[in-house]
Design a protein around this ligand. Structure first.
Ligand code: GLU
Length: 475
C-alpha cells in the first residue's frame, strides 16, 4: 500500500501510483520499487561556543537497483524523515529518466546554516560526514552525496577531505561526493548545472510545436514572460541564462520577504546582488515590491518556474495559478492534489524528475572524471584544434591559388579552430541528456492515448527502466 498519510512522500507516491496504474507491472515489483529501502538517522554532538550542541541528520537510500546511490545533502531546519525519503525517491526516478547509472538517495541535516560561522559549520559537517562515512553511507562505490539547499561547494570539499582522511589509500576517494570546487576535484559547470538544465529543458520543449500548442504557447522563448520563485542557485542560473541567452523577460521574482515585479524584465544579476547585500528583495530599485510574495505565483505569465521548496503550489492556490506552463526547477513544488487541479485546466507541467535533473547529470560527469583521474578534453583538445587548422590552412591556400573571391572571417576561424574544453563538453553532454530524456518522455506522452501529461510519461519511462534493472537481477 502506498503512503496515504499525507505529506511529501504521499504526494510523490500518488504520482507514482498514477503511472503504475497505466503499466503492466506486477503489484509486488511496483511495491518494491516504490518503497524507500532504508533511512539512517544520526544524532551527534559537537562542542561549539562552550557547549555541546546536538544535531539530527538523515541519509535515506530509496533504491539500490544501481549503485552507487546518489543525491544531495540538504541543510535546513525543516528537514525531516518524510522529506528526505520523498527527495530520495525523486532521485531514483530522476536518475533513471536521464540515464545516470545511479540509485536514489538523499540526506539532510536539521540546521539553520545562517546561524553558524564557517569554522563551526566545518566542524558540524565533518562530524556528520564522519558518521555517514563509517557506515558506508558516503562512499564512491556505494553512496555519493552532492549539494542541495543550504549546502554548496564548500561543504562538499569538507566531506571529500573527511572521506580521504578516513580512507587514505582509496585512490578513488574524491569520487565519494560531487559538487566539489574545481581545485578539489570538481568539474567546470557543476554550480550552474541545474539552472542550465532548466534552460535546456525549456529550449527542448520550445522545439516542439505540438507541445507548445498543448500549453497554448507559440514562437520561441524570446519575449516570454517568466516568473521565478526562489532566486537561489537554481532559480538564479535558470533566470539569468533564459534572460541573457534566450531573450526571456523575467517579469517577477518571489523570495522569502516578498516579490518584485517588472513587466519590462528584471535585471536578475542586479537583483541577486541586492538580495546578497540586504537579505531580501524589498527596496530593489529595478522593480515594484509586493509584500505578499505568494500572490505573485498567481500573476499572469507565460512560464512559471518554482525553484525553491516543495509544496508551494498546493490545493488551496492551484486553481488561481494562471501560468500555462510550469517547469519544476525545485523538487516537488507542486503537490499531487495541485497537479490534478492544474492538469484539469490545461496547464502543462514539465516535471521535476526531468526539469531539475541537470544537477545530477553533471554530478555524473564529475564522478566519472574523478574515477578516470583526468579532466575531460585534456587528451583531445589540441589534436582537434590541429585537425581544424589543417582544414582552414587548406581552404586558405586554395582561395589564394585560384584567386577565389572569398576569405574565412577571423570570427569564424576563432570559433572553428578552438577545441572544446571541459566546460563546453559538460554543456554538450548536459544538452544531449536533456534532449534525450525529453524525447523519451514525449514518446510516451504522445504515443499513448492514456497518458495525459509529461509527469506520468516521465514516471512510466523511469519505472520501466528500474523494473528492467530489477528483473535483470532476477527479482
Ligand atoms: N541535489 C540535487 C538534486 O536534487 C543534485 C543531486 C546530485 O547531484 O547528486 O538533484
Amino acid at each position: 500500500m502506498s503512503n496515504k498519510a499525507g505529506g511529501f512522500s504521499a504526494s510523490v507516491d500518488a504520482m507514482y501510483d498514477r503511472a503504475v496504474g497505466l503499466m503492466d507491472l506486477s503489484p509486488g515489483l511496483a511495491e518494491k520499487i516504490r518503497v524507500c529501502n532504508a533511512t539512517y538517522t544520526v544524532r551527534f554532538g559537537v562542542r561549539l561556543r562552550g557547549a555541546i550542541h546536538t544535531f539530527t541528520g538523515y541519509r535515506s537510500v530509496h533504491s539500490e537497483h544501481m549503485e552507487p546511490v546518489k543525491g544531495g545533502i540538504r541543510y535546513a531546519l525543516a528537514v525531516n524523515q518524510d522529506e528526505v525519503e520523498a527527495l530520495a525517491s525523486l532521485m531514483t526516478y530522476k536518475c533513471a529518466l536521464v540515464e545516470t547509472p545511479f540509485g536514489g538517495s538523499k540526506g539532510g541535516l536539521c540546521i539553520d546554516p545562517t546561524q553558524w560561522e564557517a569554522h563551526e559549520l566545518e566542524l558540524i559537517t565533518r562530524r556528520f560526514a564522519y558518521e555517514l562515512i563509517k557506515r558506508d553511507l558516503i562512499n564512491p562505490a556505494q553512496n555519493v552525496p552532492a549539494p542541495d539547499m543550504g549546502t554548496g561547494e564548500r561543504e562538499m570539499a569538507w566531506i571529500s577531505d573527511q572521506y580521504q582522511r578516513m580512507h587514505t589509500t582509496d585512490i578513488n576517494g574524491r569520487a565519494c561526493v560531487t559538487g566539489k570546487p574545481p581545485h578539489a576535484g570538481g568539474i567546470a559547470g557543476r554550480v550552474e548545472a541545474t539552472g542550465r538544465g532548466v534552460q535546456y529543458a525549456l529550449q527542448e520543449f520550445f522545439r516542439h510545436e505540438e507541445d507548445k500548442a498543448a500549453a497554448g504557447l507559440a514562437g520561441t522563448l524570446d519575449g516570454k514572460r517568466v516568473i521565478v520563485q526562489g532566486l537561489g542557485n537554481v532559480g538564479f542560473h535558470a533566470a539569468s541564462f533564459l534572460a541573457a541567452e534566450d531573450g526571456a523577460r523575467i517579469t517577477a521574482v518571489i523570495e522569502r520577504d516578498g516579490a518584485v515585479t517588472n513587466e519590462a524584465g528584471l535585471d536578475v544579476e542586479g537583483l541577486q546582488a541586492h538580495i546578497r547585500r540586504t537579505g531580501g528583495v524589498r527596496n530593489f530599485a529595478g522593480g515594484h515590491y509586493v509584500e505578499d510574495g505568494s500572490s505573485v505565483l498567481e500573476m499572469d505569465c507565460d512560464i512559471l518556474i518554482p525553484a525553491a521548496l516543495e509544496g508551494v503550489i498546493h490545493k488551496d492556490n492551484a486553481a488561481r495559478v494562471k501560468a500555462p506552463l510550469i517547469i519544476e526547477a525545485a523538487n516537488g513544488p507542486v503537490t499531487a492534489e495541485a497537479n490534478e487541479i492544474l492538469l484539469d485546466r490545461g496547464c502543462v507541467i514539465i516535471p521535476d524528475l526531468y526539469a531539475n535533473a541537470g544537477g545530477v547529470t553533471v554530478s555524473y560527469f564529475e564522478w566519472v572524471k574523478n574515477l578516470s583521474h583526468i579532466r575531460f578534453g585534456r587528451m583531445q583538445r589540441r589534436a582537434e584544434e590541429a585537425r581544424h587548422h589543417v582544414l582552414v590552412n587548406e581552404l586558405e591556400r586554395l582561395s589564394k591559388n585560384k584567386n577565389v573571391a572569398w576569405t574565412l572571417s577571423e570570427d569564424f576561424k576563432r570559433n572553428y579552430l578552438r577545441g572544446a574544453g571541459e566546460l563546453e563538453l559538460v554543456r554538450s553532454g548536459l544538452d544531449d541528456t536533456m534532449r534525450g530524456a525529453y524525447g523519451a518522455m514525449r514518446e510516451v506522452w504522445h504515443g499513448r492515448n492514456d497518458v495525459p501529461d509529461l509527469r506520468t510519461a516521465g514516471f512510466i519511462v523511469s519505472i520501466s527502466r528500474i523494473a528492467a534493472s530489477y528483473q535483470a537481477k532476477g527479482l
